[in-house]
Design a protein around this ligand. Structure first.
Ligand SMILES: [Mn+2]
Length: 446
């Protein structure tokens, strides 16, 4: 009997351990960030590397740290500065000294925490007001090399190229033509310390961020499950007469309930004509029987994003015309997934897709497939150089066909992890086969 009780106890313990789900950034070890810093310093090998934290909160959203700063610190202090010294492998954090009033309103930061230095595995933590003096000492060295992020920043929802584009668009109006923080910091460094040789740290960061670590992969696997559950929930609340935002609400709730921060980008829920607007996000229309609804959604879990798109019939059954187009997109998407493995390029995927469609005697309707985009701290994650798939990359595959004259837009998107000899679909829990979708929708009651 005692043996049985012990076995039961063991089983319960194992189940509890397996269910441990950190969420809200508790998923990473301190060693993880130290390893990343050491890898960066190893690759750079000279001078001083300086990274800036986000200055503070804006809007109604939660504070989110700058992607690159978070990647190398795991620290969520606002307005901080990280200095890395490749020669000695030391890392120093500069953090704002908060007033008693600030501490009362928002809590303290790493400067108020006597254990922060050891926990974050840093050489020292100083007040940020000491930073300029620290830098000034260096400016007397001949040709001091300083690595800054001279390329644009990325955010969870925008690639570096997209933030650059939005800055450029803002400059169309001279009254909004303000420098980005990166541009401003570089300008200030050039003015204050003209002897420095400024170099761009971004390509070094991006080649690290492109390959996910074991800890990142664990978070992304979990996010794949949560985000898939979220889209499935949205499918179940869809019905003729539902508003697009009801689907958004259902999906966001699943993410929040599972320890995610919310959506990783503005959720796209487009019905009828809106299925053909690729980045539609008003989500205000009432959907009707006979139409399709396209939902592009991914949650944020511990700073990492996910990217899923599904398209389904509002009434629960595809029409013959919708089915024909859907099948084409699905076959192209599945062929892309089949082609994915280390060493593969954009051209390889396209050739494979063309071959598979021919073998299955299917008209691809002009759809060629491709490698999609990387996913990570940003949903359109960083990339350096021409893309060749490597083990540890996480990619979204998102073929779509759009016929505005028919009000039919169909996109099917999954996020996959490149493994040693293929890929693992992280978002496979949400159905995409026609029969599976129709079976799931048949469970709805209305
Ligand atoms: Mn995508």
């Amino acid at each position: 009997m005692k043996k049985r009780i012990f076995a039961l106890f063991l089983l319960v313990t194992i189940i509890l351990v397996l269910q441990v789900r950190a969420g809200l950034t508790g998923s990473y070890s301190a060693q993880e960030f130290e390893r990343r810093r050491l890898a960066l310093m190893e690759a750079v090998g000279e001078g001083m590397i300086i990274l800036f934290a986000n200055p503070g909160n804006s809007g109604a959203g939660h504070f989110r740290q700058d992607n690159d700063f978070f990647y190398f610190t795991g620290c969520e202090d606002a307005n901080a500065i990280l200095v890395m010294l490749p020669a000695t492998k030391d890392s120093i954090l500069f953090v704002p000294q908060k007033t008693d009033r600030e501490k009362m309103m928002e809590g303290g930061n790493s400067l108020d925490d006597p254990e922060a230095k050891d926990r974050l595995r840093l050489k020292a933590i100083y007040p940020v007001s000491y930073f300029e003096e620290f830098i000034a000492r260096l400016s007397t060295q001949p040709k001091a090399v300083v690595y800054l992020r001279l390329s644009p920043e990325d955010t969870i929802a925008e690639a570096r190229s997209e933030t650059a584009l939005f800055t450029a668009r803002r400059h169309r109006n001279p009254f909004n033509a303000q420098l980005s923080l990166n541009q401003y910091r570089a300008k200030l460094f050039r003015e204050l310390y003209p002897s420095f040789q400024l170099k761009d740290i971004t390509p070094y960061i991006d080649s690290l961020r492109m390959i996910k670590t074991a800890e990142e992969i664990a978070v992304m696997r979990r996010n794949g499950k949560i985000s898939a559950e979220a889209v499935k929930k949205a499918m179940l609340v869809s019905r003729p007469g539902a508003y697009e935002y009801e689907l958004e609400a259902a999906a966001v709730e699943v993410v929040l309930r599972n320890g995610g921060r919310g959506p990783a980008y503005p959720p796209i829920v487009g019905s009828g004509p809106n299925t053909c607007i690729l980045h539609y996000e008003k989500n205000s229309r009432q959907m009707q029987a006979g139409e399709l609804v396209l939902m592009d959604f991914g949650g944020e879990l511990d700073y990492l994003s996910m990217d899923i798109t599904r398209t389904w019939p509002v009434s629960g059954k595809f029409t013959e015309e919708q089915k024909k187009i859907y099948r084409t997109v699905l076959e192209v998407q599945k062929a892309c997934i089949e082609a994915f493995k280390p060493g593969v390029t954009f051209k390889d995927v396209q050739e494979y897709v063309a071959r598979r469609m021919k073998e299955k005697d299917l008209d691809s309707m002009g759809l060629t497939g491709g490698v999609g985009h990387l996913v990570g701290l940003s949903v359109h994650d960083v990339q350096t150089g021409d893309l060749v798939l490597k083990e540890g990359m996480v990619m979204a595959i998102e073929p779509g066909l759009y016929f505005p004259e028919k009000n039919i837009g169909i996109r099917i998107e999954d996020t996959v992890l490149i493994t040693r000899n293929g890929c693992e679909v992280l978002t496979s829990d949400v159905p995409k086969e026609i029969e599976e979708i129709e079976a799931l929708l048949a469970r709805r009651k209305f």
